[in-house]
Design a protein around this ligand. Structure first.
Ligand SMILES: Cc1cc2nc3c(=O)[nH]c(=O)nc-3n(C[C@H](O)[C@H](O)[C@H](O)COP(=O)(O)O)c2cc1C
Length: 211
């Protein structure tokens, strides 16, 4: 295997400015999610959220199927989400203790804004479900990037609630799945860089098969 990158050189080292909005490229090169529990107000306004979701939906989408949905959990609905997750918790973990309940409550109340991204592939369509799911992943990524481009912080979290049947049924129709909870807000704590894979570990020149 012939590497095309000689070493694990990274252009941005420690001390770099994260989510640097100086230019489109600097934002992409320094993008960093925040931790939902550290997010504080302000979150995106209603108009900004519309803008974020419009950008999120502008993704590669084979067949123009739009096989994804957004469900906004309004600020006044967090308590109901917490109740739902508390009901789902013992189904997920029959041994759940008070600390687990507290964490579930925290999950539901994190960050000023919350959007649930739902993957809604059309089964039996000539466009494979896999491609439709990939498109949903692109939506999640665009949603985060748009959020960061507006000066906010986003975080894409599944956690166990995404896999709970009860939570699923509260957000999804048949054949749909929760792709994640997208928490949006402002960074309440300094962000820290996260290690990124060195290119030489993930890139290679193709070796064509010889007969
Ligand atoms: C589909 C999906 C689900 C995720 N779920 C979780 C999760 O439940 N908990 C978590 O800590 N990070 C989760 N992550 C990872 C974070 O969203 C984030 O990508 C990671 O912390 C790296 O930060 P970055 O976005 O700055 O690269 C998930 C990522 C994806 C794509």
């Amino acid at each position: 295997m012939k590497p095309i990158v000689a070493n694990g050189l990274r252009r941005y080292a420690s001390g770099m400015t994260l989510n640097d909005r100086t230019s489109p490229l600097s934002l992409l090169e320094t993008r960093r999610s925040g931790k939902p529990r550290d997010m504080v107000a302000p979150g995106p306004s209603e108009a900004e959220l519309v803008r974020i979701l419009t950008i999120a939906a502008r993704v590669p989408d084979h067949g123009k199927l739009a096989p994804w949905r957004f469900v906004i959990v309004g600020p006044g609905q967090r308590r109901q989400l917490a109740d739902l997750i508390a009901l789902a918790l013992p189904e997920h973990d029959p041994d759940a203790n008070a600390a687990h309940y507290a964490k579930a409550l925290e999950f539901a109340h994190q960050a000023p804004a919350l959007v649930v991204l739902v993957s809604a592939p059309i089964k039996g369509h000539k466009i494979p479900v896999w491609e439709q799911q990939l498109s949903c992943g692109a939506v999640g990524m665009n949603l985060l990037t748009a959020t960061h481009a507006l000066g906010y912080i986003g975080s894409w979290i599944t956690g166990w609630p995404s896999y709970s049947e009860r939570v699923h049924d509260a957000f999804c129709g048949p054949g749909e799945r929760i792709a994640g909870f997208l928490f949006l807000g402002s960074a309440g704590e300094d962000l820290e860089e996260r290690p990124r894979p060195a290119l030489d570990t993930i890139v290679r020149i193709w070796d064509p098969p010889r007969d």
